[in-house]
Design a protein around this ligand. Structure first.
Ligand SMILES: NC(=O)C1=CN([C@@H]2O[C@H](COP(=O)(O)OP(=O)(O)OC[C@H]3O[C@@H](n4cnc5c(N)ncnc54)[C@H](OP(=O)(O)O)[C@@H]3O)[C@@H](O)[C@H]2O)C=CC1
Ligand SMILES: O=C([O-])CC(=O)C(=O)O
Length: 261
């Protein structure tokens, strides 16, 4: 049987996890054909290890005729490449889901996928439970929100950081708004909020709270979707963001599995 052709955008922490899972035999139905990165030396080193092509840009990768591309790069890469990928007959698995907080862009991506009979897979990333969150949101007029807890160090170099957070002994709520506002302030750190909002009531209606927790290592995300009589709470703690890379491996396994979770 011909293998499905897989490409990856991103040669960083999560891209390496996906490529490593392929190298370690967890995705035997796929052939890893190429990886796109920005820094040539990094991409060359990773692709040499994997035995696939080093691609300078999306056009190079699309020439290799991938069936699936997994994105683990940045919101800008999704904004720049998603429509081109889908229009070339290739499916896309996305981690930088924050790009879809822009409704106009999200609708254009959906229309492109429909037109070219391709699909976008929203990886569960550092959270999950989108199946149950979507189900509850279908059943009635839901309310949905996500409460994120992080250590103050991980807020450094963001507009939410204040020096006192480093010496505070109590938790502080540093953000209260919706998912559009949250990703606007923290473009690389709250993809989970946008993903959860797309699974429920939308980025404008999903309430996002972020708490700085003294001494905390890693992140905890507690997502709630609720209608009268039904309440779903999905709470995921992770000491690193590795789970997000593994969630792409899980999507790729689901695509070829006779049993789909
Ligand atoms: N959905 C979720 O739950 C989560 C999503 N994420 C998102 O996943 C993405 C990857 O995260 P992570 O691996 O930790 O980040 P890293 O910074 O470790 O890696 C990202 C890599 O992508 C490359 N890159 C960035 N922009 C482009 C581009 N336009 N074209 C090609 N390559 C590009 C960078 O290359 P170079 O080094 O050469 O600049 C870098 O190597 C981020 O956008 C992050 O916000 C992260 C965690 C959880
Ligand atoms: O890793 C996390 O906990 C969340 C994250 O970076 C994101 O949503 O982009």
């Amino acid at each position: 049987m011909n293998k499905l052709r897989l490409g990856i955008i991103g040669n960083g922490y999560l891209g390496e996890i996906i490529a490593g899972a392929w190298r370690d035999g967890l995705l035997p139905e796929y052939e890893l054909v190429g990886i796109v990165g920005r820094t040539k030396e990094k991409t060359d080193a990773l692709t040499k290890e994997m035995g696939c092509s080093s691609c300078a840009g999306i056009d190079d990768l699309l020439e290799l005729k991938p069936d699936y591309i997994a994105e683990a790069a940045s919101g800008d890469s999704v904004r720049d490449m998603a429509e081109k990928i889908l229009a070339n007959g290739c499916n896309l698995i996305v981690l930088s889901i924050g790009a879809f907080a822009d409704k106009e862009f999200y609708e254009k991506v959906k229309a492109t996928a429909v037109k070219h009979n391709t699909k976008v897979y929203i990886a569960s990333g550092a959270v999950g439970g989108f199946d149950v969150l979507r189900t509850v949101s279908l059943m009635g007029e839901a309310t949905a929100g996500i409460e994120t807890r992080k250590g103050p160090e991980s807020l450094m170099y963001t507009p939410l950081f204040e020096e006192h957070l480093m010496t505070d002994e109590e938790s502080t709520m540093v953000f209260d708004g919706n998912a559009i506002e949250a990703i606007g302030l923290l473009p690389t750190k709250v993809n989970v909020a946008v993903a959860s909002s797309l699974a429920t009531v939308g980025p404008d209606k999903t309430r996002v709270n972020i708490h700085s927790v003294p001494g905390m290592i890693g992140d905890d995300h507690k997502i709630t979707a609720e209608i009268e009589g039904v309440k779903a709470v999905v709470d995921i703690y992770s000491s690193t963001s590795a789970i997000a890379g593994w969630s792409v491996v899980a999507v790729l396994q689901n695509i070829v599995s006779p049993i789909v979770f």
